[in-house]
Write a protein that binds this ligand. Structure first.
Ligand SMILES: [Zn+2]
Length: 496
């Protein structure tokens, strides 16, 4: 782009996302064995050059109101891409290594990437611990040097772009006081501290046969897996259950021409459900795995929440409000649909499940562990990315913070691999809080069985039409009222 123009930039950014998202869809859905993203990045490399980042930053500083918000989202798109370009070669080396490495456990060889699955399916606690130790050893020796180089490069790039730190960069780009958010989550951890053990102990006993006080981190995957619940979620009912749920909200999934269902089985198809959005709202893929079980139901409904949010977004909105913006919003709708698979009314009505209580108790305990884990993650990531952070002390801080909030001795080895880029951790946390508000509003307006009321669907479609024009706080304030907080979430997660 020689004659630099903001609208040209927006058009090219939209084209880039269309190409890249379609390529990921084709690869992950098993239509195409290779993932040819390199040529797409090369074709659009000017989007992520320093010059583009600076020009958008300048335009943003001169703008006000909605224009400033649009330009802020565009600024984040450019900075994310610029950091990605700086570390792309490292990421590719990491991906190749992860795909080729193997671990040895008592003479048995397991591919590095499938080790967490082997761990979740392993009934013997001792062996789970051995798998994790072997995996962590490979991580430290082979992968952490690359992770560390990537982190240092990202920090240096933020400094070159003029921010005091990575934390400052993303607090600015997200217009969010991330440090204050971490403080609010610290209070959430305090509020749930006393009830934590009593809430999770029965579920830990049921799934791994140990209470919190005797648990190791390697047992957690088994706890989340909860294989005793799989029979409540039959594989052959998964697709129809989603279809029926959406029909209850007035959505005919089969006839929705812009939300394309991909249910076919292919040898290299991703085993997890996912949503891909080449064009919003015109071309949204919802890709379903051929299997079932509780976790697959949850993942499918989560992705369906994204697909419907993007699929119902108003086509007239600006590019930034359809494709970019505060992802706490789209994640909140993903959690809303995912949450149905652990609600008594849904389990009874859609799956005809008896004894749904077990699924509900497990889901609550699992969410509490997850929330406390993320409350520790955001505290840790603030320390890791703040000005003048001493990286030498970070493995220990990681282990302390995570271990303390989860109540389990926590290994240091994953101090780099367990970090989401761009403080995405903040989006998940805000989305969990927002989901509680959407659910309360839906129950208040339409009753416990809101998911089978067309009017509830109309109300949701009204929210979805907004895309991500408004951030989570403003969308909540303008539609349901009130402000985003973690108190309601804390009280619903503690067993009484
Ligand atoms: Zn999601």
């Amino acid at each position: 782009m020689t004659d630099w123009d903001l609208d040209d930039y927006r058009r090219e950014a939209e084209l880039f996302l269309e190409e890249i998202n379609r390529e990921y869809y084709l690869h992950l859905a098993g239509h195409k064995p290779d993932l040819a993203v390199e040529a797409i990045y090369e074709r659009h490399e000017s989007l992520f050059e320093r010059d583009a980042v600076d020009r958008i930053g300048e335009a943003r500083r001169a703008a006000t109101g909605d224009d400033e918000v649009r330009l802020r989202h565009l600024h984040q798109f450019a900075v994310d891409g610029h950091l990605g370009a700086e570390t792309r070669e490292l990421e590719a080396r990491l991906a190749d290594l992860e795909a080729s490495l193997e671990i040895e456990v008592n003479g048995e060889t397991i591919p590095y990437r499938t080790a967490p699955v082997a761990q979740a399916n392993e009934p013997d606690s001792e062996r789970r611990s051995e798998i994790e130790a072997a995996r962590n050893a490979v991580l430290v020796e082979q992968l952490n040097p690359l992770h560390l180089e990537g982190l240092e490069r990202a920090h240096a790039t933020c400094a070159e772009l003029g921010w005091p730190s990575y934390l400052d960069a993303y607090s600015d780009l997200r217009a969010l006081d991330i440090r204050a958010l971490a403080g609010r989550l610290e209070r959430f951890a305090e509020a749930t501290g006393a009830g934590y053990g009593p809430t999770v102990d029965p579920e830990l006993e049921r799934t791994v046969g140990l209470p919190l006080a005797e648990l190791r981190r390697s047992d957690l995957a088994r706890f989340f897996r909860a294989s005793h619940l799989d029979e409540l979620f039959p594989s052959d009912r998964m697709v129809t259950a989603l279809g029926e749920t959406l029909a209850g909200l007035g959505i005919d999934l089969e006839r929705q021409s812009n939300v394309l269902l991909d249910t076919e089985s292919r040898p290299t198809k991703s085993p997890r459900a996912f949503c891909s959005t080449p064009r919003v709202p015109g071309e949204v893929y919802l890709v379903m795995p051929p299997i079932g079980g509780r976790e697959d139901y949850a993942a499918l409904f989560h992705e369906a929440g994204h697909a419907e949010h993007y699929g119902c977004t108003d086509a007239e909105l600006a590019f930034e409000f359809r494709h970019l913006g505060d992802n706490s919003v789209t994640e909140s709708f993903a959690f809303l649909l995912e949450g149905l698979t652990a609600s008594p009314e849904w389990l009874e009505r859609i799956l005809g499940a008896e004894g749904a209580g077990a699924a509900i108790e497990h889901a609550r305990a699992a969410r509490l562990v997850m929330l406390r884990r993320y409350s520790a993650k955001i505290a840790y990531e603030v320390e890791l990315h703040c000005p003048g952070a001493d990286l030498g002390t970070m493995p220990e801080r990681y282990s302390e913070l995570l271990g303390e909030r989860i109540g389990v001795p926590w290994p240091r080895e994953t101090w780099l691999a367990d970090v989401d880029s761009g403080f995405y951790v903040a989006c998940y946390l805000r989305a969990w809080a927002l989901e509680v508000d959407w659910r309360r509003e839906l129950v208040g307006r339409f009753g416990e069985r809101w998911f089978s009321r067309r009017e509830a669907g109309d109300w949701l479609r009204g929210l979805w039409a907004e895309g991500q024009r408004l951030d989570a706080d403003r969308l909540l304030a303008e539609t349901a009222g009130g402000s985003l907080g973690f108190d309601r979430l804390a009280s619903e997660l503690i067993a009484v």
